[in-house]
Design a protein around this ligand. Structure first.
Ligand code: NAD
Length: 370
């Protein structure tokens, strides 16, 4: 028996097609009248629709959200905010991060409209970058009050972004399954999340505007984000945090490359979790008979191949497989391994500098885990 502590986070979630139309009502429901609308600059049409829907509730706008939430960007957003009484963010994890950073500093609620699969919108965690160093904090006031998932906003997401963002989400679910805080509720969400994301992404690659596939991927992302918000993450997230914060590697792409290698590193120390991942991946292929089908015969039961299955999945959906293609240099490995092992944290297998250097060498080269 394993004991656990579980606290569900109080976030109101609207999920569906066309739910952006509910944005104004959600701000009013919170009793707010003056919203700061924050976003990145790459989706002006979607932001314009959000602003139109909010109408006279928009008191200020800021479209400078950037990856890893730089503090100087947050300060500019705060200066532009004036006397707002809530924040509305629209976009991926970068826009959500900026929304959280402004809302928590002002002590006002955030309504987050999520347009990628990053999952930040359902976590009470904020990662911020200052002078090239990324620090993360978790506190209840960071959690958005309301999250809007509008499947329609994801229909035009480029396939490449969909894949890396979706595998980023799968990483939350995978690490939740072997988390020191794991519990049956989170296990169930994680397994369902991996199946929905794998199935959804595969169908999105085949037909990017398949609304059902988009809905599955977005629902999987919500579940994955909920796992991320509920239990502590391990080696994979710490390593990606280091590679993004200190080596400037792109967030979701880095998660996509590292995930199979982090799984391979932990596999022998977390056999039950790996078996669950393998079963969840196998279940995403109903055409092959799911976990018992010919494509995965014998594999899901053991879970020893989960890392290779994840690698094969990334290849199948056209994701990146090597850190070299993302810009990491062989000479960076010793420093990255040192940074990623500087502070101890819970992980199924002991995290050593040599071990991480080996993992990074494999990820740099893009080799398939054996
Ligand atoms: P992102 O938000 O930077 O988005 C990537 C690009 O895609 C941006 O140019 C964005 O404008 C564009 N985009 C977003 N949605 C789109 C859509 N539907 N169609 C077309 N283009 C779209 O990237 P991300 O991967 O969503 O988020 C990464 C950031 O989120 C990182 O800073 C990461 O640290 C953070 N994050 C935080 C948490 C947390 O719990 N605190 C969790 C996950 C990610």
């Amino acid at each position: 028996m394993r004991g656990f502590i579980y606290a569900a986070h109080p976030v109101r979630v609207l999920f569906g097609a066309g739910t952006l139309a509910d944005l104004r009502g959600e701000v009013e429901r919170l009793g707010r009248q003056r919203a700061l609308l924050v976003s990145g600059s790459s989706q002006p049409d979607v932001v314009a629709r959000a602003a139109e829907g909010l109408g006279d509730l928009v008191a200020a706008r800021f479209d400078g959200a950037a990856m890893h939430t730089p503090v100087e960007v947050t300060e500019r957003a705060l200066a532009a905010a004036g006397d707002v009484d809530c924040v509305v963010s629209i976009g991926g994890g970068s826009a959500t991060g900026l929304g959280k950073a402004v809302a928590v500093r002002r002590g006002i609620p955030l309504v987050a409209v999520a347009t990628t699969y990053a999952g930040s919108e359902v976590t009470p965690t904020l990662g911020e970058t200052s002078d090239g160093v990324k620090t993360t904090r978790t506190e209840p006031g960071i959690l958005p009050a309301t999250v809007i998932y509008d499947v329609d906003l994801t229909l035009g997401m480029p396939v490449g972004l969909s894949v890396v963002s979706g595998v980023n989400a799968m990483a939350h679910a995978v690490e939740a399954l072997y988390s020191a805080d794991a519990n049956p509720a989170v296990d169930a969400m994680a397994v369902q999340s991996i199946t929905l994301l794998a199935s959804g992404l595969r169908r999105i690659v085949a037909a990017p505007d398949d609304a059902d596939a988009r809905a599955d991927a977005l629902a999987g992302a919500w579940l994955a984000g909920t796992c991320l918000g509920a239990v502590g993450m391990g080696l994979h997230h710490k390593l990606c945090h280091t590679l993004g914060g200190s080596f400037g590697l792109p967030h979701a792409e880095t998660h996509t490359v590292v995930l199979p290698h982090a799984m391979a590193y932990n596999a022998a120390a977390a056999p039950e979790a790996m078996a669950r991942v393998a079963t969840a991946l196998a279940a995403s292929r109903p055409g092959d008979g799911g976990a018992d089908g010919p494509a995965f015969a014998g594999r899901s039961a053991r879970g020893q191949d989960a890392a290779a299955m994840m690698y094969d999945f990334v290849v199948e959906v056209g994701g990146p497989t090597s850190l070299a293609e993302l810009g990491l240099k062989r000479d960076d490995i010793p420093a990255a391994a040192k940074l990623a092992t500087a502070k101890p944290y819970p992980n199924p297998r002991e995290v050593t500098e040599d071990g991480i250097a080996g993992l990074l060498a494999d990820a740099l080269a893009g080799t398939r885990p054996a």
